[in-house]
Structure formats: structure tokens, C-alpha cells
Write a protein that binds this ligand. Structure first.
Ligand code: GDP
Length: 426
């Protein structure tokens, strides 16, 4: 991916998240000097299997495992407690983190009152959020009443800021009929306790990325969730609260869009989604269960079973467009190894007429009927393939069809959870 003309690469999910970005970032991070998370919060769950152990990361960029310097960008909302739990967990497993992880001083903090607000709202609205306070933290950010990492530099001001925010959150919690209110003293103690650990990591992250690129270093911008969960481009309101698409990478890492050289979209060879909201190619229950079992489709953050269905080329074409994808990484091809036939959605019918994009409104998305083309399966294990030529011809034909339909070249194919189970398409 990286080369003389490609120094800054964005990796985004091009479906509804959980596409295997953690693995792809881990593989690419081997050649990256800097890995930057640019949006989302502790609701993301990236799984990295090094071959000798599995790591699940929520807040820390997946590049930490490979030894890259990692940054949490300004676009991320940081839950400091889970961040340090995760960091301590990595240290306990022998991962070197000292001088290798830094946090933007512009990143907003997710505090316990955000989680209470999230849970109280979810009880009413049932959007399928993880209840980890991400939505309310972004609401505070855009409402210009958030608490940022850099605010902790002035302990007195931080204490007043947090006390004011807890009081306002409690008014809202009371209106929502929540059983539990936030405790001011507990929040003050938390901020006092965390500041001495957070502040030494706080930096102007955008400047660090800019200077790394000026020196000709390789920078990977790591997205969380997927294009169809982007707050603008996703299946609103069943979306996350941030910009998961490549435009968000520029804003959330603190660099201009012209600094980005390539955008790699990660897609599963089929489709999944966790939580509520539309999923046009959702398979009937027995097939969905078969895919779920074969693919281990249970959330890395919550353990929730993921809804499963066939590859949806309308979704991926849309993701190619809204992200400006320059390549695809197709993951989990091996999960389809035992299927005799594999349907692929090539387009939609909306009220009987061909419709070749993602409608904006739920009502129309609910009415689309996928048009399927059925491709032959390969019924052969693919986990040992390391070159395209190692794949059975029907598997290669499947990948060719996906890239034609998506209108974007396949650059990587992942055939198993392990780091080495990857094909780089030259
Ligand atoms: P992310 O959030 O996009 O990083 O995705 P997750 O980590 O939530 O989910 C991806 C899951 O698929 C993890 O358990 C990975 O170990 C696993 N995975 C990634 N690539 C492959 C693959 O090619 N084949 C198989 N069988 N599993 C994979």
C-alpha cells in the first residue's frame, strides 16, 4: 500500500462496520510509522489475531501491536477509564506502549454522565447503541459544552467545568425519568485521578501527523465502524454519531484532505450489521445462522449476534463513491468456503423500478428489493492461499465479480483471522 507516492493511507469500513479493519490495519501497520484513530470511541471493537494471541482493541489504534507510534486523533471521543484499562492490559501482555501512544489535546472525554444519558435515551429510543456514552459525548462536542483532554491542564477550571456538566446532565436525566443520577464528587475525583496519566500523553496530534508526512514517513489513518453508519451517509438514524467516511479522517486526524494519498475500503465477502436498522440483503434465518456460526459473527464490544446476509454491491458502490475509495480489502472469503452457491446483490428494485444507490430515507430503504445474481461456490478451503493463483477458480471469479460490481479494484483478500492469512494483489 505504502510507496514513494503513497505516504498517507486511510482504512475505512465500507459496509456496516466489523468488516475486519483491525486485521487489515495490523497487516498494513507493519510498514507504517504512525497509526491514527480519527473518530468513534469505546464503541468500536477491533480484533487482531497475531497468530500467537488475540487482542481486542476499543480505543487504542490497532497499530500498537505492530510497534507503530499510535495517536488518538481529535475526532475521537475518549473514555479515559477504558483507555487506561486497555493500555494496562496491553502492557501486561508484553506490548511496549511507552512513547508509542499519544492523545490529541482536542479530543473530547466521555465521562460517566455521558453513559447514564446514553442508557436513559436508549431505553426510550432503541437505536441499538452500545450505551457507552458515545452519542452524548458528540452531542456535547457539537453543543460546544464538551470537556476536552486539554481542559485538564487547569485543574480548578476542569473541576468547575465537570461540575457544571454533571448538573446539566442530571436535569436531562430527570426529564428522561432515569433511575440513576450522576454524582458531582465522583466526577471530580475521577478527573483529578486521571489528569496525571492523561496529560503526559496529550499533544497537538494534527501537527505530529503533518510533520511526519513532511519527513516522508508513512501514516495510516484507521477508521472505526463503517460507511453505512456515518452520521450523514449512513442509514440514518440507525447510525453512529461521527463521520466514519474518509472525509472524517481528514478532520478527525487534523490534516487537510490533500494530504491523503489512498483510501482502502474494507468489505466482508458478505454483509453483516449489528443492532437495529435496515439490512436489505439479510438472509433468511437458517442461512443467516450458518454464516454467523462460520464467521463468528458476534460483536467484539458487546457479544451481540450480528445480522448476516449476502454481499450487497449497491452498498459497496455507494461506499466507493462517498469515501473516494481507491482499493478494496475483501475479508472473510474463507467463511463462504462451504457454500455451493453464493447470491450477490447487484442492484435494487424500488417500487418495481431499478434503483442503483442507497436511498436517504428509511422508508424507501425498507421498500427496496435486492436483485440477486447467483455465483457458483468453490467448496474448498481457502485459508492457506497466499496468492490469488492459490485460490480455486470460482473464488477468483467471485472476487472479480465483486470488484466489477463495486467499480473498485481488490487490493487485499483476507482468508482467515491470522496475520499471515492475507493475499496482496499486485
Ligand atoms: P473491525 O471492527 O472491522 O476490526 O472488525 P471486528 O474485529 O469486529 O471483526 C472482525 C472479526 O473477523 C474478527 O474476529 C477477526 O479476527 C475476524 N476476521 C478478520 N478477517 C478475517 C478473515 O479473513 N477470515 C475470518 N474467518 N475471520 C476474519
Amino acid at each position: 500500500m505504502f510507496g514513494p507516492k503513497t505516504h498517507c493511507v486511510v482504512v475505512v469500513g465500507a459496509q456496516w462496520g466489523d468488516e475486519g479493519k483491525g486485521k487489515v490495519v495490523d497487516v498494513l501497520a507493519e510498514r507504517a510509522d504512525l497509526v491514527v484513530r480519527y473518530q468513534g470511541g469505546a464503541n468500536a471493537g477491533h480484533t487482531v489475531d497475531t497468530g500467537t494471541g488475540e487482542f481486542v482493541l476499543h480505543q487504542i489504534p490497532s497499530g500498537i501491536i505492530q510497534g507503530a507510534v499510535c495517536l488518538v486523533g481529535n475526532g475521537v471521543v475518549l473514555d479515559p477509564e477504558t483507555f487506561f484499562q486497555e493500555l494496562d492490559g496491553l502492557v501486561a501482555r508484553g506490548v511496549k506502549v511507552e512513547h508509542r501512544i499519544f492523545i490529541s489535546d482536542r479530543a473530547h472525554l466521555t465521562l460517566p454522565y455521558h453513559k447514564l444519558l446514553d442508557q436513559a435515551r436508549e431505553a426510550r429510543e432503541r437505536l441499538g447503541t452500545t450505551g457507552r456514552g458515545i452519542g452524548p459525548t458528540y452531542e456535547d462536542k457539537y453543543g460546544r459544552r464538551g470537556v476536552r483532554v486539554g481542559d485538564l491542564r487547569d485543574a480548578g477550571r476542569a473541576a468547575d467545568l465537570v461540575a457544571g456538566r454533571v448538573a446539566a446532565a442530571n436535569e436531562m436525566l430527570t426529564m428522561l425519568g432515569a433511575r440513576e443520577l450522576a454524582d458531582v464528587a465522583e466526577h471530580r475525583r475521577l478527573v483529578e485521578r486521571l489528569a496525571p496519566r492523561l496529560l503526559p500523553l496529550a499533544i497537538d496530534a494534527g501537527r505530529v501527523v503533518y510533520e511526519a508526512l513532511e519527513r516522508g514517513e508513512s501514516v495510516l489513518l484507521e477508521g472505526a465502524q463503517g460507511a453505512l453508519l456515518d452520521v450523514d451517509h449512513g442509514t440514518y438514524p440507525y447510525v453512529t454519531s461521527s463521520h466514519t467516511t474518509a472525509g472524517g479522517a481528514s478532520v478527525g486526524a487534523g490534516i487537510g484532505p490533500t494530504a491523503i494519498d489512498a483510501v482502502l475500503g474494507v468489505v466482508k465477502a458478505y454483509t453483516t450489521r449489528v443492532g437495529n436498522g435496515p439490512l436489505p440483503t439479510e438472509a433468511e434465518p437458517a442461512t443467516a445462522e450458518r454464516i454467523r456460526k462460520l464467521g463468528g459473527e458476534f460483536g467484539a464490544t458487546t457479544g451481540r449476534p450480528r445480522r448476516c446476509g449476502w454481499f450487497d454491491a449497491v452498498v459497496v458502490r455507494y461506499a466507493v463513491r462517498v469515501n473516494g475509495l481507491t482499493g478494496l480489502a475483501v475479508t472473510k472469503l474463507d467463511v463462504l468456503d462451504t457454500f455451493a452457491e453464493i447470491p450477490v446483490c447487484v442492484g435494487y428494485l424500488l417500487d418495481g423500478e431499478a434503483f442503483d444507490s442507497m436511498p436517504a430515507d428509511l422508508d424507501r430503504i425498507d421498500r427496496v428489493k435486492p436483485i440477486y445474481e447467483t455465483l457458483p461456490g468453490w467448496r474448498q478451503a481457502t485459508g492457506a492461499a497466499r496468492r490469488l493463483a492459490d485460490l480455486p477458480p470460482p473464488a477468483r471469479a467471485y472476487l472479480d465479480r465483486l470488484q466489477d460490481l463495486a467499480r473498485c479494484p481488490v487490493r487485499y483478500v483476507s482468508v482467515g483471522t491470522r496475520r499471515d492469512q492475507i493475499i496482496e494483489v499486485s
